[in-house]
Design a protein around this ligand. Sequence first.
Ligand code: FES
Length: 111
Amino acid sequence: MARVTYVQPDGSARTCTNFEGMAVMHLAVGNLVDGIDALCGGVRQCGTCHVYVDDAWAARVGGPGEDEAAMLEALADRIEVRPTSRLSCQIHITEELDGLVVHVPDNQPGV
Ligand code: FES
């Protein structure tokens, strides 16, 4: 089991728990976390699962893969992309990420 805390756009925090292997996006959607639309269902085509990984966790989570980075770059005119930006559908929960904190941005790209 691993916990992920989502800091929602209004500043409130939600901590959700699930088994390893699940995407941070799927855990958020399943728990009705505010601000993660995930319109493409997790296939890196919409960007509406964008989150900022908390600075304390950024090194452990790591940066985006090549395709994910390309998607974030393509969205940069519609969302604020930061060094800690990730598509939450591409972050899979592992035991090492137990306690992970991500911040949900105020807005997601329109599709
Ligand atoms: Fe669409 Fe992550 S759910 S890019």
